[in-house]
Design a protein around this ligand. Structure first.
Ligand code: GDP
Ligand code: GDP
Length: 455
């Protein structure tokens, strides 16, 4: 590295940064109007503005990447919910339940000027049951006079209330320090416990694509081995299902099976639930209704899984209903609308007839294999050397930026760091990704490439 003009510490630092595994997940929950969105905005530094909610307009983005004191984590914002037909308690409970389920630690926000309400107490019961670490935020403590309100929240039995003003930033630093202490380095539930255990699958897709039909098809009752939360009165959340001789863990099957029809906020719940399921899974099986035009909603779900860095399989369902004309147009739509997952294994299935169900497992295995692939540094650099020689970067301003060397910093999904002598253009980056895929496979997995430029 040194002879190429990079300081060894820079190189190591870059590799460490790029190689971060899956990020731990922090959920921000609480009643409406306690200041959740304001707090989320403050934590992410408004780099990605949380859009103002308007009635009838649902926010589709529920997870954000954030950083505090050099540690990165994912933030799940539950501020987008609307009160619906179920009433306030059930709505708060529902959003809290999904978010807690997906989280490694929880920030529970209470409005200190109002004090603890019955709804807050209900959330506390959910938090206790979950056993997840909780940081209690007494929000809207804008000045010293509010401190007493915060102290009163000891009564919730969640330990020390952290007085903060999400609006003005007062106390949020200390609170975030406490969050980092509570938050594990890696998302324990997804990856820590998964080693050697069953692989986790999230079956996702917009409403009515056939998720519940597919789940029922693959999980003939006798094949359901264990209910994860045996002994609780709730529906099972995760189910172990044997497929192709292997036991898999399907996450959030209750979310698929339980049909809570909400008049308002249904899209938001669906987004939150999808995000939560994706966070818990290693591989996302994205179900698309092949009989209907591929929609923006389908694309959003695909984006969610890609951005979360999960292994991906795309399953086109209701194949039994397709005529020749629809098949023709579907192929065109896939090309134009789903280019972002052109690398994902594809299966054409019918949950109704059972068509091609046996192809699902091999596709999932292929995707997981790509997701875990590690290219040895020697092979990678031989490959980079060939590319740079045969397809050099275009000359810019009389100079020719070159990729000097690279390394794979991490897996799940594969993450690469390339070191370059000058700015590498987006087009050339895409070319590199394409060639990497041609050379090493990576079927069914997003790949990340970051480029460091020599000073
Ligand atoms: P959410 O529904 O929990 O996401 O709540 P919002 O973040 O939308 O905040 C609800 C209202 O409380 C807004 O009018 C905010 O400006 C206000 N608010 C949020 N945090 C604070 C705070 O720390 N102090 C004060 N005074 N107002 C706040
Ligand atoms: P979910 O909302 O994604 O769980 O979708 P459902 O499983 O409830 O399915 C929605 C509708 O599509 C139901 O009426 C199903 O019977 C129907 N459906 C699901 N899969 C298929 C399929 O492969 N072929 C046909 N013809 N209909 C299907």
């Amino acid at each position: 590295a040194a002879e190429e003009g990079f300081d060894i510490e820079d190189v190591e630092g870059a590799i460490e940064e790029a190689g971060h595994g899956p990020l731990p997940v922090l959920a921000v929950i609480g009643r409406p109007n306690v200041g959740k969105s304001t707090l989320v905005n403050r934590i992410i530094g408004r780099r990605e503005a949380v859009v103002e909610d308007r009635p009838g307009v649902t926010r589709d983005r529920v997870t954000y990447e954030a950083e505090w004191s050099g540690r990165r984590f994912k933030l799940v914002d539950t501020g987008g919910w609307e009160q619906d037909v179920l009433g306030i308690d059930a709505s708060v409970a529902a959003q809290a339940e999904y978010a807690i389920e997906a989280a490694d630690a929880v920030v529970f926000v209470v409005d200190a000027t109002v004090g603890a309400t019955d709804t807050d107490e209900a959330v506390v019961r959910l938090l206790r049951k979950s056993g997840k670490p909780v940081v209690l935020c007494a929000n809207k403590v804008d000045g010293p006079s509010g401190e007493a309100d915060a102290t009163a929240l000891w009564s919730l039995g969640l330990g020390e209330p952290h007085p903060i003003s999400a609006l003005h930033g007062r106390g949020t630093g200390d609170m975030l320090d406490a969050v980092l202490e509570a938050l594990p380095e890696a998302p324990a539930q997804t990856f820590g416990t998964a080693i050697g255990g069953p692989r986790r699958i999230a079956l996702i897709g917009r409403p009515n694509v056939g998720k519940s039909s597919l789940l029922n098809k693959v999980a003939n009752e006798d094949r359901v081995v264990v209910n994860e939360l045996a002994g609780t009165t709730r529906d099972p959340v995760d189910e172990l299902i044997e497929l192709g001789g292997v036991t898999w863990k399907f996450v959030d099957t209750a979310g698929i099976r339980k049909r809570v029809h909400l008049q308002q906020g249904a899209d938001y719940y669906a987004s939150l639930r999808t995000a939560a399921a994706v966070e818990k899974a290693e591989v996302a099986v994205i179900l698309i209704d092949a009989s209907e035009t591929i929609s923006v909603q389908d694309q959003r779900i695909v984006t969610m899984a890609v951005e979360a860095g999960r292994a991906i399989v795309v399953a086109y369902n209701k194949w039994d209903t397709l005529d020749e004309e629809r098949r023709y147009y579907l192929e065109r739509e896939i090309e134009t609308e789903l280019g972002q997952v052109a690398w994902a294994p594809r299966v054409n299935v019918s949950a109704a007839t059972g068509r091609h169900m046996e192809k699902l497992v091999p596709a999932i295995e292929t995707a997981l294999e790509g997701w875990e692939t590690r290219v040895p540094t020697g092979r990678l650099n031989a490959f980079l050397g060939e590319i740079v020689a045969s397809h050099p970067h275009p000359v810019r301003g009389g100079k020719q930026p070159r990729i000097l060397f690279g390394t794979q910093a991490g897996t799940k999904p594969p993450r690469f760091v390339f070191f370059a002598s000058g700015f590498i253009e987006a087009g050339y980056r895409r070319f590199l990704e394409r060639r990497l895929r041609e050379e090493f496979g990576f079927e069914g997995t997003p790949i990340h490439i970051s480029v460091r430029v020599r000073e």
